[in-house]
Ligand binder design. Structure first.
Ligand code: FAD
Length: 390
């Protein structure tokens, strides 16, 4: 076999690309898997800039099932991804997720809760009194209650990425610090990838795992995907008053969210209509001081006193059709697979999505039925209904 020929080539080597590489090799030893990652520092990858939240509180059955698998997978991640006895550290903290519910959101929240429980998930309805008993600094009287997922939580996204990557390499994956610039074709079939450095790697199977750059990679293959990179800002602040235990990831009805971070910090963010589309990473304190802080203080009055510490912006890869995953083979080009469009919930879906794509590539029966995320729905303009995208 020629040295530049691979069974599978993956464009993008962050959490999705590395999960696919790991799952391919865990299922079939000896496969030749190549991963093209133009920035091995991952400075601007969504994965590195993510909040690392893991929750089962979705309204679409398949999203709940993916997160349930994610929770299970992450709970044994450090053990399973160990290489020669060295374990990755992902700092998985099951501090919970608390969605605060107002009257207009009550019916949808109750429906979601019933579905999540029916699928075996742990979720509780908390009255405003219960919220205040659990977290005495909160003011919950403006809400009709909350849904709390005790097994939900957050982890270190970079630790997850490195765990997958190192394990995939230990199983035989080859990572190239290269930029893909062309998808080579032979008729209706994929034939390989052209590199910015001038070389070509050959393969009959190519995976688009390019995150916010997914539409660019699709264009290289000759088609358009409704994917946009959208700037999302996150702020780290230090409240004067400290909590006696880590806060869950709290989501207000407006979409404002916050959670504890190590060092007594609080991370705060909100997806907003005016967030810029494009590859910009600008963030401004003004967003926090003028928009988010005034929303935060009525929920936790003690947050009136805090120090601004730092901030950052990362890119959501927004699927403009329905803000959900696009997962599977692209119907117009044999051998071209997509794992794109995860908006703000891809990190937790990486284990299930990576396993699913590996199963499709290897022509195995999928463990989870995730056919609803098939790329065909993009061509047929059939959006999925998921009410809990943050
Ligand atoms: C602020 C923020 C908060 C988030 N919070 C959460 C959360 O709480 N929970 C959750 O589950 N998800 C969250 N997400 C979403 C999650 O981080 C992403 O869905 C996930 O990390 C996407 O992973 P990816 O591998 O597809 O993309 P990325 O991590 O962006 O990786 C894509 C990689 O492809 C490479 N690449 C692109 N084009 C090329 C090319 N032509 N050639 C070679 N390499 C290329 C890039 O360098 C990059 O490393 C958040 C995202 C952001 C930005």
């Amino acid at each position: 076999m020629k040295t530049n020929h691979f069974d599978v080539l993956i464009i993008g080597g962050a959490v999705m690309g590395s999960s696919v590489a790991y799952h391919l090799l865990a299922a079939e030893t000896g496969l030749k898997v190549g991963v093209l990652e133009r920035d091995p520092t991952y400075t601007r990858s969504s994965t590195s800039l993510s909040l690392g939240g893991v929750r089962i509180q979705f309204s679409l059955k398949e999203n709940i099932l993916m997160s349930l698998y994610g929770q299970e997978f992450f709970s044994r991640f450090e053990e399973d991804m160990a290489v020669e006895g060295e374990r990755p550290s992902i700092d998985y903290r099951r501090a919970g997720y608390l969605f605060l519910i107002d009257q207009p959101g009550r019916a949808a929240a109750e429906q979601g809760l019933a579905l999540q429980k029916g699928l075996g998930g742990e979720v509780e309805w908390w009255t405003p009194e219960k919220i205040q008993r659990e977290f005495p600094l909160f003011r919950a009287d403006g809400f009709v209650g909350g849904t709390f997922g005790p097994k939900d939580g957050y982890l270190d996204p970079y630790g997850v990425l490195m765990g997958f990557r190192k394990k995939a390499i230990s199983l035989g994956a080859r990572y190239f610090p290269e930029e893909a610039v062309e998808v080579k074709k032979s008729g209706r079939k994929v034939a390989g990838v052209g590199l910015a450095s001038g070389g070509v790697l050959n393969s009959e199977i190519v995976v688009n795992a390019a995150g916010p750059w997914g539409a660019e990679v699709a264009r290289m293959a000759g088609f358009e995907l409704p994917l946009s990179p959208v700037n999302r800002q996150v702020f780290a602040v230090k409240p004067e008053k400290s909590f006696d235990r880590p806060l869950p990831l709290v989501i207000a009805p407006s979409g404002l969210y916050f959670r504890s971070e190590t060092g007594g910090l609080l991370l705060v963010g909100k997806s907003m209509e005016e967030d810029e589309t494009g590859f910009g990473f600008r963030w401004e304190w003004k967003r926090f001081t003028e928009e988010l802080w005034p929303e935060l203080v009525p929920i936790v009055p003690a947050f009136e006193k805090l120090k601004l510490v730092r901030g950052w912006a990362g890119l959501y890869e927004v699927n403009r059709l329905d803000r959900n995953a696009i997962l599977g083979a692209w119907p117009g080009l044999d051998g071209f697979f997509l794992i794109n469009g995860f908006s703000g919930h891809g990190l937790q879906q990486a284990p299930a999505a990576g396993r699913h794509l590996a199963e499709l590539i290897l022509k195995k029966t999928p463990t989870l039925d995730l056919a609803c995320f098939s790329p065909r729905r993009i061509l047929e303009n059939r959006p999925l209904g998921e009410g809990a995208v943050v």
